[in-house]
Structures are given as C-alpha cells and as structure tokens.
Design a protein around this ligand. Structure first.
Ligand code: OSB
Ligand code: MG
Length: 369
C-alpha cells in the first residue's frame, strides 16, 4: 500500500456544554482531521486528539500540525507500507514523543488498510466484541446538585459507568453526596493529576466510597509516587496521563503504580502500540478501558474499534455523539443504546465521514502529495 495524498484540516466544533476538569475549561474542540488517500484511491481517516492548549499533555493542535507537516507526512508519502504496524515499528521509530501526531496519521493508515482488505478496523486489530460497554465522564459542575442531575440523566440513558472529575476541594464531599443518593452505581473519579502525595489523607478518605478506581491522582509524568499511593489505597489507581508506551505500562505494572490502565490511542502513539499494551495488560491481569478526549465521530469510531479487543473489560468514556455535538461529522452518528455501542462491521472505521459537515467545521486545510 502506498499513500499518495494527505489532507490536514484544522476543525472546530462547539461543545453542547462546556467541559470542566482540574486543568481547565473546554468550550469547544479544535482538532486536526487527517485524510489519507492510497494509490488505489482508498481513503483513510483519523483525528488527532491533541487539544488547542498544552494542559492535558504537552502536545497542541499547532505542534501536531508542525510534526505532521515537517516530519510524519513526508515519511509516509515516500514509504511503501505492507502493514500499518510498520508505521510505528519502523517509519516513526526515530522520532521521539509527539504521540498524538503519530497516532493521527497512523490511524488514517489503519483505516485505509482495513478498507483495502475489505474488513472492519475492529477485525483488522483482532477485536472480538460485537458491542462495547460505555460510560460517561462528567466534568466539574457549578454545584453538587448539578452533578447529581447530570448523573440522573445519564443513568436514565443507560450509561454503564459514571466518572466524576475531581480536584482538591471538589472531591470527598461530592463523592459522599453522590454515594448517599446512588449507593450502588459504578462510580469512579478522575483527578487529571491535581494531587500530590501531601494530599494522601484526603485521597485515603475516598477509600470509603467503593469507587471502581481513582484515575491519575498524581503528576502526569509520575509512576513512582503513584506506586507509594497505591500501596496504601484499597481503591485501584488507574493511570491515564502517565502511560505513553508499552514500556511505560510494563514499568507501571512492575512497580505496582496502578491496577487498571486507561488506553487512549492518541496518548500512546497509535493503534499498534495500543494493541501491544492491550496484550501485555491481558497477560498481566490488568483490566483496561478506553479513555476519551472529547473526540468527534471519526475519533470515536477509532475508539470503538480498539475497545472491541477482549481485555477492554471496563466500560470506557466513548459516549454517544449526542452528548457532545449538535451535529457530528460522520453518518450515522455514534449511538449508545442502554450504554452499549455496536461495533460496525463495514470496512474500516465503519462510519461515513460527512464531507458537507466536515467542510462546514473546517477552519483551514492543506493538501500534501
Ligand atoms: O482525563 O480522561 C481524561 C477529556 C479531555 C482530556 C482528558 C480527559 C477527558 C475526559 C473526557 O475525561 C472523556 C470524553 O468524554 O471524551
Ligand atoms: Mg483521565
């Protein structure tokens, strides 16, 4: 397979409701959409999950555009690719970091590859599930009552797991109130690195609430302090920000830094690396779930495909399009019915990019041949 043309688009979609985390507020979502056309005319699509500002991680829409334009696209355009695994294993191996930029173009190559083989992306990756279970990530609200009403609405829609964003001062009281109202729901908290070991006592208070896990309580680049915290917490720690590679996962498991891992394809540099982490975690008895980065439909489709692998045991963050967007950029939109999304069987990502909508939300585009 040879990629002969790549189009980058800077997209901007308004979020239906602002999303508030310990690191900031997102009112809208800027991202790069990658379209890659092969010599035989097949088109692969993927989104970069890098955000406008370097708050979740160091990558941004601009740094991704730079790395894609000046390094990754030229490599892809001059290489023959017999399998998408070669992209991370050979072609991008010498380029450090920039995981989300690498994942974006690798994802488009994977989609094109699966389409040329006439199989779904899920099948190309070795996925086994027909449906995936999904939950929701609920941002920091103006009041605990507001959080309770969001939970109520999502519970009625059938979502399988409720993740509340926390930060110092928006944590124990919130979880305590939610547990009073909902003693049994599958509940977890995500701190996005808002704590340090000096908050140990506060974090230990969360042990009283039967949480499924606490996601990334400590620094974004730490696995040492997390091991110390996990040793005293009975609630499992789930790492998000700290895991960028198979090697990071191996070390975190070895140190006991977590009992669960959240995989984001963008954060780990692509589907090939995500699958390697999947296989290691499966052998090591570490359950996985698929994280989200407020993706539009094409990113969501990639998440659905990777979640079809067997060790994605816990419900992920890939909720239906309708929770995020007035209209999505794919047809049909992603629909979660009773907290379940069907894994598409059509070739590639299995959702059709809607070119009219894509055009409507494009701020800037550039073609490379
Ligand atoms: O930490 O999982 C996270 C969104 C943006 C950046 C980081 C995170 C999130 C979410 C939302 O939790 C997940 C989603 O609904 O896509
Ligand atoms: Mg997270």
């Amino acid at each position: 397979m040879k990629i002969k043309k790549i189009t980058l688009r800077h997209m901007k979609l308004d979020l239906l409701t602002p999303f508030v985390t310990s690191f900031g507020i997102e009112y809208d979502k800027d991202f790069i959409l990658v379209e890659a056309v092969t010599e035989s005319g097949t088109t692969g699509w993927a989104e970069s999950v890098a955000m406008l500002d370097p708050l979740y991680n160091e990558e941004t829409v601009k740094t991704n555009w730079h790395i894609l334009e000046d390094y990754l696209i030229p490599i892809i355009l001059k290489s023959g690719i017999s399998h998408p695994d070669e992209v991370s294993e050979k072609l991008f191996k010498h380029i450090r970091g920039n995981y989300m930029a690498k994942a974006a173009i690798e994802g488009a190559v994977w989609d094109a590859y699966a389409k040329e083989k006439g199989i779904s992306l899920a099948q190309a990756l070795g996925g086994t599930k027909e449906k995936i279970e999904v939950g929701v990530s609920i941002g920091i609200q103006e009041s605990i009552d507001a959080s309770l009403s969001v939970i109520e609405a999502r519970l009625k829609e059938g979502y399988k797991r409720f993740k509340l964003k926390i930060k110092p001062g928006w944590d124990v009281e919130l979880i305590d109130r939610v547990r009073q109202v909902y003693p049994e729901i599958p509940l977890m908290a995500d701190a996005n690195s808002a704590y340090t070991l000096s908050d140990m006592d506060r974090l230990r208070q969360l042990d009283a609430y039967n949480l499924m896990m606490i996601e990334q309580p400590l620094a974004h680049n730490d696995i040492i302090d997390h091991a110390e915290l996990q040793a005293v917490l009975s609630t499992p720690i789930c790492l998000d920000e700290s895991i960028h590679s198979l090697d990071d996962a191996r070390k975190a498991i070895k140190l006991g830094s977590c009992k669960i891992i959240n995989i984001k394809v963008g954060r780990v540099g692509g589907l090939t690396e995500a699958r390697k982490i999947h296989d290691l975690c499966m052998e090591s008895g570490i359950p996985l779930w698929c994280g989200g980065m407020l993706e539009a439909g094409i990113g969501r489709a990639h998440n659905i495909a990777i979640t079809s692998l067997p060790n994605f045991i816990l419900p992920g963050d890939t909720a239906g399009s309708a929770l995020y967007w007035k209209e999505d950029i794919i047809t049909p939109e992603v629909i979660a019915e009773n907290g379940l999304i069907s894994v598409p069987k059509l070739p590639g990502i299995g959702y059709k990019p809607n070119l009219e909508k894509i055009e409507k939300y494009t701020l800037l585009s550039k073609e490379y041949e």
